[in-house]
Design a protein around this ligand. Structure first.
Ligand code: PSU
Ligand code: MN
Length: 308
């Protein structure tokens, strides 16, 4: 067992109170703030997502690394500062301990947020999209550490599927190999972030937050490591069709290849180019889907607190 007192965890006053009272808590990542959206929409969205979690019966805990500490929940001032800071490191599993040891400021990806949420005893986490197997991974080996984390760390992650900048069939194959349950919420198809369908069927489907919570508990009872990926389709009114987004994705991908973008820089580069190529339309969709994921995560977190 990890010694909780020895861990470099700092809880915000709001999250500390929620823990003391046994309230449902939803973890939120910070890379979406620092590397996923431009300022000032990033800070506005982060605040709206937190409000959405509160309005649906849970307490938000946005996670980031500052001054040798894992911050579980950020104050309004901390969120503002993070959203405008430059030189914030993008932290995945490989970088987390080094950033804490050296005292840098770091934003947590899905993988690192899962690790921190689990250390803090938070079983549910809402985000926009997860990292996945990149197109051309057979030569680049670019497979996001988010996928292996889902196989290892017992946190249920609510996302709008994965972006079509990735190789979605390979992403689903990899998750299956790693034993990660991929649960589409309320439909059969695996969603593709801006679009409600990827054209691929999801391995599992559930229509109720209570079922997702029960499956989370059951994995723990069976001693199965790892979490669950809940793929929540973007709300209908915010959807961008595959026909509209695909040409922009092809443009962004060929620009990335021509510029020699590699490793951690790939995802942020593609996201920022897509914001530009769609004249901000991708951003409006992104905001709508994160809010929707926050609502579903709050419902799952609440269901996990219900007596069985
Ligand atoms: N995909 C998105 N939006 C994001 C990210 C991915 O649609 O903001 C971020 C998340 O923090 C995710 C990370 O964990 O990028 C994955 O980066 P990489 O592909 O380098 O593992
Ligand atoms: Mn990568």
């Amino acid at each position: 067992m990890t010694d909780l007192a020895a861990l470099p965890l700092t809880f915000s006053p709001e999250v500390a109170k929620a823990r003391a009272e046994g309230s449902a808590i939803v973890a939120l990542e910070s890379t979406i703030i620092t590397h996923g959206m431009p300022f000032p929409q990033n800070v506005e969205t982060a605040q709206r997502v937190e409000s959405e979690v509160r309005a649906h019966g849970a307490i938000p805990a946005t996670i980031a690394i500052m001054n040798h500490r894992i911050h579980i929940g950020l104050t309004g001032a901390e969120l503002q500062a993070l959203g405008q800071a430059t030189n914030v490191a993008k932290l995945s599993r490989a970088d987390l301990a080094a950033c804490l040891a050296t005292g840098g400021t770091g934003a947590t990806t899905v993988a690192a947020t899962m690790i921190c949420a689990h250390l803090a005893g938070i079983p549910v986490f809402a985000t926009g999209g997860i990292g996945g197997v990149h197109r051309g991974a057979e030569t680049s080996f670019d497979i996001s550490a988010d996928l292996r984390e889902l196989a290892e760390t017992p946190v249920t992650v609510v996302a709008a599927g994965a972006k079509a900048i990735l190789d979605l069939p390979k992403t689903l194959e990899y998750l299956e190999t790693m034993g990660v349950p991929v649960i589409a919420y309320g439909q059969d198809d695996f969603p593709a972030f801006w679009s409600r369908s990827s054209g691929l069927k999801a391995p599992l489907r559930m229509d109720r937050a209570a079922d997702i919570a029960a499956a989370h508990r059951m994995r723990s009872l069976l001693g199965l490591p790892g979490g669950q990926l809940v793929a929540n389709p973007i709300p209908v009114e915010a959807e961008i069709s595959r026909a509209e987004i695909m040409p922009h994705i092809e443009t962004a991908l060929s620009e990335a290849a021509a510029a020699g973008i590699a490793a951690k820089a790939v995802t942020p580069f593609l996201l920022s180019r897509l914001f530009e190529l769609t004249d901000g339309r991708s951003l409006a969709a992104n905001i709508a889907l994160v809010l929707s994921n926050a609502r579903l995560a709050a419902a799952i977190a609440s269901a996990l607190r219900d007596p069985v």
